[in-house]
Ligand binder design. Structure first.
Ligand SMILES: [Mg+2]
Length: 274
C-alpha cells in the first residue's frame, strides 16, 4: 500500500475501534489509538500471511504483548479476512470469542496475551524456532511502555541479544503513560534506547504515529543482520481524538453518546485532510 492509503486505512481502523468500545461500553481505547499506525504498517505493508490459512508455517508472526489494546488488532484481523467483520459487533458481549484480550481461538492470534510481560518472551521463542527451522519468517511484537516494569521483559531482551535473533522486530508503544500515570513518575524507563542497545539490539527512535517514519525505520532495520531489532515508537496515547490525547483517564473507559459522536467527528475531520 502507498503511504496515503495506509493513512486512510489507519483512520478507518480508528473509527472501527471507537465504535467497538462505544457498543461494548468498555475497552482500552487510549493505548489502542496510540498503536494503530504501527499495526497498520505491519498488516497492510510488511507482514506475509494468508488469512485463509492462518497456520501457514512460513507466515510472519505478530504478538500483541500489550494485549489489552485489542480493539485495533481485532479490527485489522477482521479487515484482513481472518474472520467476518460483522463479528466485531460482538466485542466483549456474552459468548463472544472477541473478549477484551487476544485469545488463540480467534483466527490470526498467535498468543494469548493481556497478562503483561510475556509477549516478548513468546516472540523470542518463536524467533529462535524459526531460525532453527531455517525459515525467513519475521516475528513482530508490540509492548507497552508501562509493561516494561515487568522483569520478564528484561530477561527476554537478554535472551534476544544472546541468540542474535535478527528475525525479531520488537517495538515499544512509548506513549509515556500507563494505567496510573506518567511512566517516568511511576518507574523510570529512560534512557530507554541506550538500555536496549546495551542488550544487543539495533534501535530506532521515531514518531510512532507517522506512517512514513515507521516504514523508513523498518526498512533501515531490515538491512541489519546479527542483532534483534527494537523500534521505540514515540506516540500519543488517545491519538486522533482530541479529548483522549495525553489523558491518562482514557487508558480504559466507556463513551457516552455525546463523547462517541465527538470522537467520530474528530476522526472524520482529521481524515478529511489526508
Ligand atoms: Mg503506555
Amino acid at each position: 500500500m502507498e503511504v496515503e492509503a495506509l493513512k486512510k486505512k489507519a483512520a478507518e481502523i480508528r473509527r472501527q475501534a471507537i465504535k467497538m468500545v462505544y457498543q461494548a461500553q468498555t475497552g482500552h481505547i487510549g493505548g489502542t489509538l496510540s498503536s494503530i499506525d504501527y499495526l497498520t504498517v505491519l498488516y497492510y505493508e510488511k507482514m506475509h500471511f494468508d488469512a485463509k490459512n492462518p497456520q501457514w508455517p512460513l507466515r510472519d508472526r505478530f504478538i500483541l504483548s500489550k494485549g489489552h489494546c485489542v480493539e485495533g488488532y481485532f479490527s485489522i484481523l477482521a479487515d484482513c479476512g481472518f474472520f467476518p467483520k460483522e463479528e466485531l459487533d460482538t466485542f466483549c458481549q456474552f459468548n463472544t470469542r472477541l473478549i477484551g484480550h487476544p485469545d488463540r481461538c480467534v483466527p490470526g492470534v498467535e498468543m494469548n496475551t493481556g497478562s503483561l510481560g510475556h509477549g516478548l518472551s513468546g516472540a523470542c521463542g518463536t524467533a529462535l524456532a524459526c531460525k532453527l527451522d531455517d525459515t525467513n519468517c519475521r516475528i513482530y511484537t508490540l509492548l507497552g511502555d508501562g509493561e516494561l516494569a515487568e522483569g520478564s521483559v528484561w530477561e527476554a531482551l537478554m535472551f534476544a541479544g544472546n541468540y542474535h535473533l535478527d528475525n525479531l522486530y520488537a517495538a515499544i508503544d512509548r506513549n509515556h503513560l500507563q494505567i496510573s500515570g506518567k511512566t517516568e513518575e511511576i518507574m523510570t524507563l529512560e534512557p530507554l534506547q541506550q538500555k536496549c542497545e546495551a542488550f544487543g539490539f539495533a534501535t530506532e527512535v521515531i514518531d510512532g504515529n507517522d506512517i512514513s517514519s515507521i516504514l523508513a525505520a523498518l526498512e533501515r532495520l531490515e538491512h541489519i543482520s546479527g542483532k534483534p531489532k527494537m523500534l521505540l515508537l514515540d506516540t500519543v496515547k488517545g491519538k486522533g481524538v482530541s479529548f483522549m490525547e495525553h489523558a491518562v483517564k482514557w487508558h480504559h473507559g466507556s463513551l457516552t453518546k455525546e463523547q462517541y459522536e465527538q470522537a467520530m467527528m474528530n476522526l472524520a475531520e482529521k481524515e478529511s485532510v489526508l
